[in-house]
Design a protein around this ligand. Structure first.
Ligand code: ADE
Length: 239
């Protein structure tokens, strides 16, 4: 998978070189290009923004810089992503869908956003998604890209050690994942739930499922509406 990020703060994307993502890069599973938007400016000040038409606070990123940057970095067959608080929510489902893309380009906006014509123009030739990390405002899209790239990259074969592990994640079945335990069996007066040491795989699986259901009902009840629930799940929730 090839990922490209266009930003005015290339150093901000440094963490993509660390840890599991760095390993995925050196193993050739992902190839990441980071591009400085200012390389496409044409004035001595390398300015990327200007005051908004119609007034209002802040600055808007210039189409005359973003246009050539996207022409150079984003091929027509790539998926082009604009992180923005006004976008569609980024979810595990989005990450799974994107993990099947051979090429994604992320365009990081700052300030009050990017001139809308940049997005409208790009839609004329590439597949464009405007995506939000959540209902809060970040300073720019860079941190959102770090989050989205990590969520996508860990789904690629060979990035995580254990391929089973992301099948059991929170959200992969639409529910929150319950608690985990490791040795010792007793620690600071707190015991591991005995059922986990019973060796009875069917009972352990059913206990884990119930923990997930309980946690989801407590913390994210709205997720239950779209989760696939068995009759046994439903009965558990009703009691
Ligand atoms: N840029 C600023 N805030 C954002 C958010 N919540 N999600 C994605 N990009 C953003």
């Amino acid at each position: 998978m090839r990922l490209d990020v266009i930003t005015i703060f290339p150093e901000y994307l440094g963490p993509l070189r660390e840890s599991l993502l760095g390993k995925a890069r050196s193993r050739g599973i992902i190839d990441i290009g980071i591009h400085d938007l200012r390389d496409w400016t044409s004035d001595v000040h390398k300015s990327v923004d200007d005051s908004p038409y119609g007034g209002g606070p802040g600055m808007v990123m210039k189409p005359t810089v973003w246009g050539p940057a996207l022409d150079a970095v984003c091929p027509d067959d790539a998926l082009l992503v604009f992180p923005t608080p006004a976008g569609e929510p980024f979810t595990q489902h989005t990450a799974e869908r994107w993990s099947r893309e051979p090429r994604i380009v992320f365009a990081c906006g700052r300030y009050e956003g990017i001139d809308q014509r940049v997005i409208d123009d790009a839609r004329g030739r590439a597949r464009v998604e405007e995506v939000s990390l959540g209902d809060y405002i970040l300073i720019g899209g860079e941190v959102a890209v770090l989050v989205m790239v990590e969520a996508v990259a860990r789904l690629l074969p060979g990035v995580l050690g254990n391929q089973q592990s992301h099948r059991e994640d929170s959200f992969s079945d639409g529910l929150l994942e319950g608690p985990s335990y490791t040795r010792p069996a007793s620690w600071r007066g707190l015991d591991v739930p005995p059922i986990l040491m019973s060796g009875d795989h069917a009972r352990v699986a059913s206990w884990k499922r119930q923990q997930s259901l309980r946690l989801t009902a407590q913390r994210r009840p709205e997720l239950l509406a779209s989760a696939e629930l068995s009759a046994a799940d439903q009965q558990f929730l009703d009691t």
